[in-house]
Write a protein that binds this ligand. Sequence first.
Ligand SMILES: [Fe+2]
Length: 231
Amino acid sequence: MTSAQLGFPVPSITNEVAIQGHIGSIIDELMSSLPNPRNLSAAQQRGIIARYSSVLEGNFIYWMTAAYLAVRSEESRSIIVDNLLEEVRDCHPGMLRRFATAAHALPTDADALAVSEELSQVRLFLGRLSAARIVLMMAFFEGFIQRFMAYLADLAGRQGSAEREYTDVHGVCDVAHSQGLFRALAAEMALDESRPGTDLFEGVDLLRTLLQRIVETPAATSARVASGLTQ
Ligand SMILES: [Fe+2]
């Protein structure tokens, strides 16, 4: 479903303040929809960590690289390179691997398959190299991850893990980081030659669907399949 179909007031793509506000409201809605960890079984807690790890360990740098390949302004490239340098230099995928391992939540083939379709949709979207849409998707993710880390750390603690490097590093409210991507968005929108009315939030909507699938519990999946819903 798109932001518009879900009833969100989609702002004009020329209003950057409204765009940031809209992203904030999407993150708020996503966070409030998370299942209470206390109500999850150990297997459901493990599943969320495993699906998150399955998606993020091998894809975050891929997604940010797609943003780098798509953008056209030097300011955007500089902002994205700084982000990629931090990811590679500090080996963030390794941090996530240690986090999942300590929580006994290394992804299995079933975990990877559970999110495969939604992940493919994000990858196909990235392949179109639509700069402003990709940068907005990444700005959305940067905002989401800061809020989501405390939840992920809570799940890991319930799995008996005290490993916190990944969640501590990514849970810091890095205002400069988030604002950098919104500055890149403004720079790319100024160069965007898309027709008025095209959906700036397409990548955000696809990534939100993927994140919703990550946190979906098996019980919720069963109910969705039984009702014939695919989104
Ligand atoms: Fe990272």
